[in-house]
Write a protein that binds this ligand. Structure first.
Ligand SMILES: C[S@@+](CC[C@H](N)C(=O)[O-])C[C@H]1O[C@@H](n2cnc3c(N)ncnc32)[C@H](O)[C@@H]1O
Length: 349
């Protein structure tokens, strides 16, 4: 049998947006099948390093096998990216040249029989990325009040028939499997709704709720900024409007010097930009990519580059001058690494 695979989305565009360079250090926060990671390692060779993170232990196993040739330059960690900063501190992996988030699920997870992510295979209603998480989709479906379910399906699934679906779910409980839930939704709202299956939005909503996807994304984006080195790149690929809205608003806000409400006569926020957008327009797959990989159709890529504040910039320039004067190669690194390099240079025999 062929090994399960996932085709990396917007691969060339990701490498360009990350500005991958030889000797660079990168973090792939969503390792999946290791497709983006392998190409980052190819382009950052010689000397590149990659920290790969995935909440799903299966993804780590698959990536370990795929990235075996690069084992000396990779560190693969089975963790949730909500702990990005703590992971980087623990493994002393910062500052970095680039951080990638390729959100959502891999085809491997969607096609897997037992995970409950798809309404096309019969499976227990699980949907957890990691077996260490406590709450499953079945817990939410079978214990939430009707109004809570309707709210969740409406908010995370953007489903306009959320009340009808929630009412039917409550009548039908207990619901333990994917196909039982899919049939219940069809009974509530009918079996044909344009191009998408009637269960699509409810399944999306449940997955987001089970894995706290939106909250974790917001937290991790904030942490990512502090881990980027001078001119380091942050690249995010999202697959639905809720994720994309968070990424867009975050990047836009962090690339502005003032975020006071419109009409405020003088700035009172004191906010300073720490990002610069890599491209003003969102990047989407070409028709050829969508034809080759239909799962890429909803992908949206946004990229930004880390700016330094004026004070950081001045400090950096001073340290850089010092580096040059003692013959230490600055290699584009920011303060903490430069300081480390300087210390090493001075303590060398
Ligand atoms: C679209 S796939 C990534 C595919 C990968 N870029 C590739 O080329 O093979 C998304 C991956 O992110 C992981 N993931 C999603 N949310 C996560 C989180 N909060 N923390 C860690 N991993 C997460 C999923 O388990 C999944 O393996």
């Amino acid at each position: 049998m062929l090994a399960p695979t996932h085709i990396p989305v917007l691969l060339k565009e990701t490498i360009e947006a990350l500005a991958v360079q030889p000797g660079g250090r990168y973090i792939d926060c969503t390792l999946g099948g290791g497709g983006h990671a392998a190409t980052i390692l190819d382009h950052s060779s010689p000397g590149g390093q990659l920290l790969g993170i995935d909440a799903d232990p299966e993804a780590i196993k698959i990536s370990e096998a795929r990235l075996e040739a690069y084992s000396s330059s990779t560190l693969l960690i089975n963790e949730n990216f909500v702990n990005l900063q703590a992971i980087c501190i623990k493994y002393d992996f910062f500052p970095v040249h680039g951080i990638l988030f390729d959100l959502g699920l891999s085809s491997i997870q969607l096609n897997s029989d037992g995970r409950g992510f798809s309404f096309q295979h019969e499976a227990p209603l699980d949907m957890r990325l990691s077996p260490n998480q406590e709450v499953t989709a079945a817990d939410i479906i079978n214990t939430s009040a009707e109004s809570e379910l309707a709210h969740l399906i409406r908010t995370y699934g953007e489903e306009s028939h959320s009340h009808r679906i929630a009412r039917r779910i409550v009548q039908e409980r207990p619901i333990k499997t994917t196909l039982h839930l899919a049939r219940t939704i069809e009974l509530a709202i009918g079996s044909r709704r344009g191009k998408i299956h009637p269960a699509t939005r409810t399944f999306q909503a449940l997955r987001i709720a089970v894995n706290q996807e939106l909250e974790h994304l917001e937290t991790a984006l904030r942490q990512a900024i502090n881990l980027l080195g001078f001119e380091g790149r942050l690249v995010v690929i999202s697959y639905h409007s809720l994720e994309d809205r968070i990424v867009k608003q975050f990047m836009q806000q962090e690339s502005k010097d003032c975020i006071c409400p419109p009409g405020t006569p003088i700035c009172i926020c004191g906010h300073t930009a720490c990002l610069k957008l890599v491209s003003k327009k969102v990047i989407t797959p070409s028709p050829a990519e969508v034809q080759l990989n239909p799962r890429s159709r909803s992908a949206k890529l946004r990229g930004a580059e880390r700016l330094t504040t004026q004070a950081e910039d001045e400090q950096y320039k001073t340290i850089e001058k010092l580096c040059f004067s003692v013959g230490v190669n600055t290699g584009g690194w920011r303060k903490p690494t430069l300081l480390k390099k300087l210390r090493q240079a001075f303590s060398a025999p």
